[in-house]
Design a protein around this ligand. Structure first.
Ligand code: BDR
Ligand code: CA
Length: 307
């Protein structure tokens, strides 16, 4: 059984990715660590705890950093709702996390089992960057790290060039990308290409049962934002398609490329720079996902939501 450690700024699409990992029989989840991003940290922790409870899982949830390394936190309630979960009235308060030691948990889990733990990151990379700064050896000890972040070969979703997770904490994203960890990059381009859900496709997801209903209902605000701002046919699920690749890497086509992250301001903030044609004379450091067949992702999603 592969062991996963999941770092998340839990909002509506993160929650579906958590459900997938908790439902997948071939993986076990050691812990869920939470970071500020889509919503402030306390709300993200509550959203993760609610989702774990919904799945009848005992996986511990740890709070981590409440702000990016060097920048003011800028959240995304306009995308995911005030509560990050579509503002549909879920009881997202009052649950208790396992502690505030997310960074220690990342270090201890990876260093305690060298080569055995796969890290999956679904939010800004603040927790992981701090873990790397404290214990650089986690870069060699982690089995692999799957990162949902960066715009890939497409446009950004928060600036014309940048994707939210990298933009929110660009210094952290750069720290992780440059760390030497074995990394797979799943950008927002992959989500737009293969993980959007129009009303008919959303209705089909609902037929999976209670977890299908949950997974669609919490996208209520994202669905409107996607159509009106992103110009896509309905909500998209970037974190779930990244989780699908983490669960079964064979569904993805990848290209080994050199990747870096810009840490300026304006258009330079958080842009992933992918050397597609090898013109920069730098060794490739990342497996960049270039394609995931929609059927493979949606098939896995239906299977896991129906279990
Ligand atoms: C990423 O940003 C957040 O809005 C989503 O949860 C996802 O992790 C997509 O850009
Ligand atoms: Ca996320």
């Amino acid at each position: 059984m592969r062991r996963l450690l999941i770092d998340t700024d839990t909002a509506s699409d993160d929650a579906v990715a958590l459900v997938m990992a908790l439902q997948e029989p071939t993986v076990s989840v050691d812990a869920i660590t939470v970071v500020a991003g889509n919503v402030p940290l306390p709300q993200a922790v509550q959203n993760a705890l609610y989702t774990v409870e919904l799945c009848s899982s005992g996986v511990p949830v740890f709070a981590g950093r409440s702000a990016p390394l060097m920048r003011r936190l800028q959240t995304a309630e306009v995308v995911h709702g005030k509560d990050g979960m579509g503002d549909i009235g879920l009881p997202l308060s009052g649950r208790t996390s396992a502690g505030n030691s997310a960074v220690d948990v990342i270090i201890d889990t990876i260093m305690g089992s060298p080569g055995e733990v796969t890290l999956v990151t679904l939010g800004p990379l603040t927790n992981v960057a701090i873990a790397l700064l404290r214990e650089p050896a986690i870069a060699e000890s982690v089995a692999h790290c799957f990162v949902m972040g960066g715009a890939g070969s497409g446009p950004g979703n928060v600036t014309p060039l940048a994707e939210f997770n990298f933009w929110c904490d660009p210094e952290a994203a750069r720290t992780v990308v440059r760390s030497g960890m074995p990394l797979t990059h799943i950008g927002w381009d992959i989500s737009v290409a293969s993980a959007t859900f129009d009303p008919d496709e959303a209705a089909a997801l609902r037929t999976c049962g209670p977890l299908g209903e949950y997974s669609v209902n919490i996208q209520a605000v994202l669905d409107i934002y996607a159509k009106e701002a992103s110009g896509i046919p309905g909500f998209d699920l970037p974190d779930p398609i990244a989780m699908a690749v983490a669960i079964d890497p064979s569904i993805a086509t990848t290209a080994r490329r050199h990747v870096d992250v810009l840490i300026g301001d304006g258009a330079d903030r958080g842009k992933d720079v992918i050397d597609w044609h090898g013109v920069a004379d730098q060794d490739p450091n990342v497996d960049v996902v270039t394609h995931v067949p929609r059927e493979a992702f949606v098939g896995m999603l239906h299977r896991l939501l129906a279990e």
